[in-house]
Design a protein around this ligand. Structure first.
Ligand code: NAD
Length: 372
């Protein structure tokens, strides 16, 4: 645990220094001494293993783990040999805490790993979540939770069977701007919410990337960024959709041979409330609009890691810089330590996946109304 000096805040350093001295005096390596003295449930900071060291792990999660209070980057799992040295040096990862996709299951005996964070292409989420659960580790799995509702159910079951917690990487539910939107329906601030418009799209680059391959991505923009719109509609209303209709648009661009380019869909919520959404890999849109009896709310841009702007009725929203990923991981670490439930458990990912499946079903049936 202390091998990663960069990650230990001052107050923890004082504790670990003292532990380090006694470890040295009895001839134990520092890591094993700490694991022994703290026990897996009594640790100050829980160890997180990142599985898949691509852009999100490298650019967001690992740097955020330098800011977390209740967890730290203790291990890595990668299929790329060159990344091992780079990451080990940068984040002080001991050799014994570096795994690949083949020997991944050996994490079962590693006491430095409490939580496994799956940051792989979408179609690999289910396999690695289930393997992590069988190894007795708690899991954070990136969005979309998987590529089918059946996979989501198998992941939830594996975590339940092995008595470990499962949380989905829905970082926005920890963000102060989105929390204000979530609270609208809880606190009835603007009266009944009648309409939500949630759009998220970007222009995709490299035509060879996994996001454009059906077998790895499970679908196009809907799987990737459309899932934020589904989430936003659900938490803006504070209710579950009961039916939907969907339409797909394709310009014929070669990039979109395997997955949809643009999808729009409309969801029906109880009492005649409706939402409208667009997701695409061929345009740039990023907004959430809520219309209610007593006023409107909007976030634009809405779904990024920062730079969110918006208002609720007459109030311009303004929050200090906030690290969504650090908050998300710290909250889950506390869930594990205190044995409380994640606010974004596997069931939350399953609900979104059922909507995604209904959207694809509607597309197959030329925009027919599908009950969810
Ligand atoms: P990426 O392409 O940058 O990284 C993917 C990683 O998986 C790479 O390290 C790659 O080597 C590895 N990999 C293993 N097997 C692979 C295979 N067969 N094909 C391709 N890559 C393989 O992707 P990313 O942007 O880091 O996305 C990873 C996951 O994280 C996705 O599920 C994505 O939806 C999610 N994500 C979430 C957020 C968020 O804000 N919550 C942001 C970005 C990505």
């Amino acid at each position: 645990m202390t091998s990663n000096k960069n990650l230990v805040p001052r107050r923890d350093f004082i504790k670990t220094s003292a532990l380090g001295l006694s470890a040295l005096s009895i001839g134990l390596p520092l890591n094993s001494a700490l694991a022994t003295s703290c026990g897996s449930s009594g640790k100050d900071k829980l160890g997180i293993a990142l599985v898949g060291l691509g852009n999100y792990s490298k650019g967001q999660l690992a740097p955020s783990l330098l800011e977390t209070e209740h967890c730290y980057l203790s291990a890595i799992v990668t299929g790329t040999k060159e990344k091992e040295k780079e990451w080990a040096e940068k984040y002080n990862i001991p050799k014994g805490n570096i795994y690949n996709y083949e020997n991944f299951d050996d994490i079962a005996s590693n006491k430095d790993i409490d939580i496994v964070y799956i940051v792989l292409p979408n179609s690999m989420h289910a396999e690695f979540t289930i393997r992590a659960a069988k190894a007795g580790k708690h899991v954070i799995c990136e969005k979309p939770m998987a590529v089918s509702a059946a996979e989501c159910k198998a992941m939830i079951k594996a975590c339940n069977d092995n008595n470990v917690k499962l949380s989905i990487g829905y970082r926005l539910q920890f963000d102060p701007y989105h929390k204000r939107i979530i609270n609208l329906s809880k606190e009835n601030t603007l009266g009944s919410i009648n309409y939500v418009n949630a759009d998220f799209a970007f222009t995709i680059g490299d035509p060879t990337q996994w996001r454009l391959k059906k077998d790895l991505a499970g679908g196009g923009a809907l799987m990737d960024v459309g899932v934020y719109c589904i989430q936003a509609c659900r938490y803006s209303f504070g209710q579950e959709p009961i039916a939907l209709r969907a339409q797909a648009f394709n310009s014929g661009n070669e990039k979109f041979k395997e997955v949809n380019e643009t999808i729009t869909w409309q969801m029906e919520f109880p009492d005649g409330k409706i939402s409208n959404s667009t997701t695409s890999y061929a345009m740039s849109v990023n907004s959430l609009f809520v219309s209610a009896q007593k006023g409107k709310a909007q976030l634009m841009p809405s779904y990024g890691y920062g730079g969110i702007e918006g208002f609720i009725k007459d109030e311009i929203l303004e929050f200090p810089k906030f690290n969504q990923q650090a908050a998300q991981m710290d909250t889950f670490a506390l869930n594990v330590k205190n044995n409380t439930e994640s606010i974004v458990p596997g069931e939350e990912g399953l609900k979104d996946m059922k909507v995604i499946e209904a959207i694809f079903k509607s597309l197959e049936q030329n925009g027919a109304r599908i009950l969810i």
